[in-house]
Structure formats: structure tokens, C-alpha cells
Design a protein around this ligand. Structure first.
Ligand SMILES: Nc1ncnc2c1ncn2[C@@H]1O[C@H](COP(=O)(O)OP(=O)(O)OP(=O)(O)O)[C@@H](O)[C@H]1O
Ligand SMILES: [Mg+2]
Length: 311
């Protein structure tokens, strides 16, 4: 690791989390809400199968649906079961980087961010990996200048493959790579999908969100036809679910009717713990370890592994 890389590593997140309540609330699931057969996902083996990392993009062009929250907390839950996880902050809002505890001047520094790596052909991604406060959970910082990518890459040859090439050297070091995408289906998201084995689509349990799903699916189809034939939808994740409202249940019914094989059984309920943990700069699994939010993401990790989406 070079001198500059060491400097970047010192920007790592600090553990500032507080203790959580020991009470474990009951988790909402698709089967439970829709009256289907209950599903159980086994504790995964502590030794994941050998071979290179599964790359997963967390995608939805709609903003604020829980993409970043899912990438951080699914990543943390996978790390808890012994997976070596790398998170990529691929959004110019850099919310993931903030959610992992990097703020202020460190957040504004372009050096070592994914934008810097995409632009410097000499830079090696492995030199700029940061450690989060969770053992086994590493990340690459985002940066606001990533917003310039659409225009900057326009005339480049094979621009869709830039992220795939950048990630290739570290795939053997990790079990899972999770890419947190921006709320758009532009060049950056096309790069993420071209680099991925699978896609997770978080979807807020709200009617307008359903309408956007077909656009995400169309984009995935185009990627399969053009740059990445092996790309799979690993699942649609219902987020911000409210047990007490019939609207949440109706939306879940609607997506289940249309995509029965794709909707995850695990549902993420609405809870203020997620925003609180972002302010604390740690995953919810550290901030409120036994909360329903934490346990839902742990269940999602088990479901993803059981479905073969992660090893
Ligand atoms: N299940 C949930 N319950 C309550 N709040 C949530 C939940 N999931 C996410 N949030 C909060 O909602 C806001 C948006 O979530 P998040 O940033 O994960 O969405 P996003 O899809 O990544 O947004 P963007 O499209 O802007 O990148 C954040 O403040 C987050 O803390
Ligand atoms: Mg986000």
C-alpha cells in the first residue's frame, strides 16, 4: 500500500454506536402479510463456497426507496455471518459514505473516491479500500463529482465496462460486492449492472413505486441483451412497510401478483432506527442490534444466500 493510500485509510469510520434494546420485535414477512406458507431460511455455513465474489447492484431509479440503507445493512448482516463484503458508493450523493461515518472534509476529498479511481488509469482499487466499524465490511468512498460521469464518459469507448474492469482484481478477496446505485438509470447504473451478477430492487410500499418497477426491469433486459447476458434479478425488496396501514399490504399484494417469484419473503418495516443509525454513522445492526430493522436485514442475508444470490 502506498503512502497516499495509508493517508486515505486514516479517514475510516469510528465506532460511535450506542447499545440497543434487547427486545426483539416480530418481523413482517410477505408470507405472513399475504397469508401464504411461512418460510424459514437456515443459518448459512460459516465457510462460504470458494471462488470469486458475487457482485450485486442495489438499483431503483426512484429516489429515497431504501437503496443505500439496504446496501449498508445487508452488507453488515452478511459480514456478521462471516462473509467478506465490499461496498461501493456509486452515487454522487455519497449517502453510503456518510452512513459509514465519513463526514466533513474527509467526505469532500476526491482522492481515493470511486470517481478518482474511475478517472486515473494508474490507480488500483485495492489501494483505496477502507474498513468500516464492522469487521469484514469494507468500502470504497463516493464523491459528489461522480455527478459529472454522464457527461465525462460520453465519448469513451467501452464506457459501460469501466467499473467491471476496476473491480476485477479484488473479486477473489471478497465473497460479496454490493454496489449502491444512484436514483437514475444512466451511465453509472449501466456500469454497475454491467459489472454485476445480480440485482436487488428495493421498493417502497407505496403505489407510485409499483409504476416505476417496469422501467427498472426494462433496463435490466437491455443490459442482458447488450453488455451482460448473465445478469439476474435476485429479488424485489419491499421497504418502509407499515403493518398498520392497508395501503402497504395492498401494494405488497400488487407486486406479489405481478412478480411472485421475485418478491423477497423478507420485508423491511418502517422504523426511525434507520435514520438514527445514519446520523450515528454505523449500520443499524451495530446501532440497534436487536431491533426489528437489524433482524430483518439479517433475515434478508439468510434468504439471499438460500436463494443462491450470495455465497
Ligand atoms: N425501512 C425504513 N424505515 C424508515 N426509514 C427508512 C427506511 N429505509 C430507509 N429509510 C430512510 O429513508 C431515507 C431514504 O433511504 P435511503 O437513503 O436508503 O434511500 P435511497 O433509495 O438510497 O435514496 P436515494 O435514491 O436518494 O439514493 C433515509 O433517511 C433513510 O434513513
Ligand atoms: Mg441512496
Amino acid at each position: 500500500m502506498g503512502k497516499n493510500a495509508r493517508k486515505t485509510s486514516r479517514l475510516n469510520a469510528k465506532s460511535t454506536y450506542r447499545m440497543s434494546s434487547p427486545k426483539e420485535e416480530s418481523l413482517a414477512t410477505t408470507a405472513d402479510v399475504l397469508g401464504k406458507k411461512m418460510q424459514n431460511f437456515p443459518e448459512p455455513s460459516k465457510t462460504p463456497e470458494a471462488g470469486s465474489a458475487r457482485v450485486i447492484s442495489v438499483v431503483n431509479q426512484k429516489g429515497g426507496v431504501g437503496k443505500t440503507t439496504t446496501a449498508i445493512n445487508l452488507g453488515a448482516a452478511l459480514a456478521e455471518v462471516g462473509r467478506r463484503v465490499l461496498l461501493i458508493d456509486f452515487d454522487s450523493q455519497a449517502s453510503m459514505t456518510t452512513g459509514l461515518g465519513i463526514k466533513g472534509a474527509a467526505l469532500r476529498e476526491q482522492y481515493g473516491s470511486i470517481w478518482y479511481l474511475l478517472n486515473d488509469p494508474e490507480a488500483k482499487l485495492e489501494d483505496f479500500i477502507l474498513k468500516s466499524s464492522v469487521p469484514g465490511l469494507d468500502f470504497i468512498r463516493g464523491h459528489e463529482d461522480l455527478a459529472a460521469a454522464e457527461a465525462a464518459f460520453v465519448s469513451e469507448i467501452a464506457k459501460e465496462h469501466k467499473l467491471r474492469k476496476l473491480l476485477a482484481p479484488v473479486l477473489d478477496t471478497y465473497d460479496v460486492v454490493l454496489i449502491d446505485c444512484s436514483p437514475s438509470l444512466g451511465t453509472l447504473t449501466v456500469n454497475a449492472l454491467t459489472a454485476s451478477n445480480g440485482v436487488i430492487i428495493p421498493m417502497e410500499c407505496e403505489y407510485f413505486a409499483v409504476l416505476g418497477l417496469s422501467l427498472v426491469k426494462k433496463t435490466i433486459q437491455k443490459i442482458k441483451e447488450n453488455t451482460n447476458p448473465q445478469l439476474k434479478i435476485l429479488g424485489i425488496l419491499a421497504t418502509m412497510f407499515e403493518r398498520k396501514t392497508s395501503h402497504s399490504r395492498e401494494v405488497l399484494e400488487l407486486i406479489y401478483k405481478e412478480f411472485p417469484d421475485e418478491v423477497f419473503d423478507t420485508i423491511i418495516s418502517r422504523t426511525v432506527r434507520f435514520s438514527e443509525s445514519t446520523v450515528a454513522g454505523v449500520p443499524v445492526t451495530s446501532y440497534a442490534s436487536s431491533s426489528s430493522g437489524s433482524n430483518s436485514y439479517r433475515r434478508l442475508a439468510r434468504e439471499l444466500i438460500a436463494r443462491g444470490g450470495a455465497k
